[in-house]
Write a protein that binds this ligand. Structure first.
Ligand code: VGL
Ligand code: ZN
Length: 213
């Protein structure tokens, strides 16, 4: 049995991953029910003293886009020098409406909005590392300098950017918790089950935001 954590306003931070128009219904890479996380996250955000947001932020022609690989279609996987790369529809292009945060998300109290995926040749699912899992984004240093020890994650998508971020948080020796009722998944070929298993294995706490004390 997992113990239900009580929020500690000094050492806990809520990191909201990629709640952007393109991941919501009608968007370029829509996650089923993606916008359902918005009210849940707004409720959560009220309970945390410290709030950080991330924003997927790709230049046009980004290498993760299927359109950058002639003959390839979205959701195929190719091998790049840093490992397998799923190819996506063009999404979250810098400065577009699709890349904007969902307008219902209350971002007022966000202390940092961290953009990722801006290097043309490498994808960045995790908020901590590019997909080579070696080039840091700087977020770990920021969180450490701020004195945060435990990171609660929510947002989109559970099986990609949320899971990769939570797994990296553990690798970086943060305590990590994913609040599943404030996340939605892409679920491509069993990716959600695999992500949940990997997070359990890595000691990521999996719980519902509604269970937080
Ligand atoms: C994401 C696929 C491509 C995510 C971002 O936010 O989970 N997934 N880019
Ligand atoms: Zn992306």
């Amino acid at each position: 049995m997992q113990t239900i954590p009580k929020i500690d306003p000094r050492r806990d931070v809520l990191v909201v991953i990629d709640v952007q128009n393109d991941f919501c219904p009608g968007g370029a890479l829509a996650v089923t029910d993606g916008d359902a996380v918005v009210p849940a996250i707004n409720t959560l955000a009220d309970r945390f003293e410290h709030l950080v947001l991330t924003q997927d932020w790709h230049p046009p022609g980004h290498r993760s886009f299927a359109s950058s690989h002639p003959g390839r279609a979205p959701f195929e996987t190719i091998e790049l020098e840093y490992g397998p790369q799923t190819l996506w529809p063009d999404h979250c292009v810098q400065g577009t409406t699709g890349a904007a945060l969902h307008e219902g998300l209350d971002a007022t109290r966000a202390e940092l909005v961290m953009r990722k995926g801006f290097r043309p040749d490498i994808d960045s699912y995790s908020a901590f590392y590019e997909n080579d899992r070696a080039s840091p984004t700087g977020l770990a240093g920021y969180l450490r300098e701020r004195g945060f020890a435990r990171v609660f994650f929510c947002g989109l998508a559970t099986d990609y950017c949320v899971a990769w971020s939570a797994l990296d948080a553990r690798r970086l020796h943060f305590d990590a918790v994913v609040l599943l009722d404030a996340c939605r998944a892409i679920d491509l070929g069993g990716s959600l089950e695999r992500a949940l298993a990997a997070m359990r294995e890595a000691g990521v706490g999996l719980m519902q935001g509604s269970e937080l004390r």
